[in-house]
Design a protein around this ligand. Structure first.
Ligand code: PLP
Length: 458
């Protein structure tokens, strides 16, 4: 392990403060305090910082380090590919062996006939690609007015202009004065409304209600995360995704699943939609596709959709990133998927779900503020309430969830709070290689941290 002396650490902190604009971070706090931690190494579920302190990375960094940190095989795959063919473009129907192999591999994993892949550098680009593809599709089919896209409230789809516009979390939209047009938002998970229950007072806010109000001839697609991640790990009730699939079929609307977090074993199945046997028309992926070792995103479309597009459009598909199908990213993805399959990480995540639930039960019994815990595979959350019996939340001024995240960090556990809309949600998604013993260790740290925070809040 590389060690840093006090002067080196101070220097890094000052340079960070001076030159680094951090993503999704408080600028004021950064300018006052500098970076919170500076990490240098990762191994398994752990990250080590410049002081040599080891932290449990209970969010797999950004829900993405599925195979865990420090897997040398991925570095070797990247090095071999770079030595052989570091880069070549896929524009104008040029190709290379590694992207062909990755496309074939993904086709063997995705459900239904989602067998055709477009590559990007991440989740936002994948979603923006899907939005442009569906609009292009309807335009080519002679229905250019079919262009609106319906997303869900509390959904997170990324930060490019299209993805920000599809995102249903106000704070991300407030960042810009104008959004992309023709994005609408529906209330999440109103299963009965999606089946057509007009007596529900939320009907007009449901996807079905919005489609009927706007006119199906104006709606291009619906986008849903199988499980909402950044919105607070919100698991839909059984039957919801099936209802959305049926609704889309009924009205001739394309269904996009945003699998950026759920994909590649996170929820105990290879893809989130596999939990409900739903096959979308388009599936957006990123994060777990390389376990974060190198940037890569992908958009799966059905063979049907590709054939339709090829039939109606003999023009060039004017959409491509310089790094679409980057050879090194593809080589790393192939090795990452090989590890996920060889080590049965989706099945392991499903098994560990029980341990997570057991841990949440312990926390709920021991701490009066803990409630509403849930998990699917290794994607889980619990909430903090001032009075859980009466359903009284902690007021935002108490910053309960933020305080718990800070206390966990000081106890060397990295988790995330979700506080949009007055919630106090603690989200976790550890690397899929986490063991029962490591989950128990994580729960014990949570328990200590919750006790400290509860004391400070009462
Ligand atoms: N979609 C979902 C569900 C996500 O959680 C994220 C990122 O957290 C994105 C899209 C955006 O991905 P990226 O940050 O790679 O652009």
């Amino acid at each position: 392990m590389v060690t840093y002396n006090k002067e080196q650490i101070k220097n890094l902190q000052e340079l960070d403060k001076k030159h680094y604009l951090h993503p999704t971070s408080s600028l004021k706090q950064h300018q006052e305090n500098g970076p919170k931690r500076i990490f240098t190494e990762g191994k398994g579920i752990y990250l080590t910082d410049v002081n040599g302190d080891q932290y449990i990375d209970a969010l797999a960094s950004l829900w993405n380090v599925n195979i865990g940190h420090g897997r040398k095989e991925l570095g070797e795959a990247a090095s071999q590919q770079m030595g052989k063919l570091a880069y070549s473009s896929s524009f104008n129907n040029l190709s290379h062996e590694t992207v062909i192999q990755l496309s074939e591999k993904l086709a063997s994993l995705t459900p239904g006939d989602l067998n055709v892949f477009f590559f990007t550098s991440g989740g936002s680009e994948s979603n923006d690609t899907a939005f442009k593809l569906v609009r292009h599709y309807w335009k080519m089919k002679g229905q250019p007015e079919k262009k609106k896209i319906i997303g869900l409230e509390r959904a997170y789809h990324g930060i490019t202009m299209g993805a920000t516009s599809a995102t249903g979390i106000q704070q991300f939209q407030n960042m810009t004065t104008s959004l992309a047009p023709d994005f609408l938002h529906a209330a999440a998970h109103k299963t009965n409304c999606e089946w057509g229950d007009k007596n529900d007072s939320d009907y007009s806010r449901s996807i079905r209600g919005i489609i009927e109000n706007e006119g199906p001839e104006t709606i291009a697609a619906v986008i849903v995360e199988p499980i909402q991640g950044a919105g607070g790990v919100i698991i839909p009730p059984d039957g919801y995704l099936e209802a959305v699939r049926d609704l889309c079929d009924q009205y001739g609307i394309l269904m996009i699943a945003d699998e950026v977090i759920c994909g590649f074993g996170r929820t105990g199945r290879m893809f989130g939609v596999d939990n409900w046997n739903v096959v979308p028309d388009i599936m957006c992926m990123a994060k777990g596709i390389t376990s974060g070792y190198i940037p890569l995103g992908a958009v799966a479309i059905t063979e049907r959709l590709r054939d339709n597009l090829a039939e109606v459009s003999d023009d060039v598909l004017f959409h491509g990133f310089t790094y679409s199908g980057h050879p090194t990213s593809c080589a790393v993805a192939l090795k990452n998927i090989e590890i996920i399959e060889k080590e049965n990480l989706a099945a392991h995540a499903s098994k560990m779900e029980m341990e997570l639930i057991k841990g949440f039960k312990y926390l709920t019994e021991k701490h009066s503020s803990v409630t509403k815990s849930r998990a699917k595979g290794l994607l889980g959350a619990f909430e903090l309430f001032e009075d859980r019996e009466q359903g009284i939340p902690f007021g935002p001024e108490k910053m309960a969830a933020q305080k718990l995240v800070e206390e966990c960090l000081s106890q060397k556990l990295i988790v995330r709070s979700v506080t949009f809309g007055g919630t106090n949600i603690i989200a976790l998604s550890p690397p899929l290689i986490i063991t029962k013993e490591e989950i128990e260790k994580m729960i014990m740290i949570f328990s200590d941290a919750i006790q400290t925070v509860e004391k400070s809040l009462r």
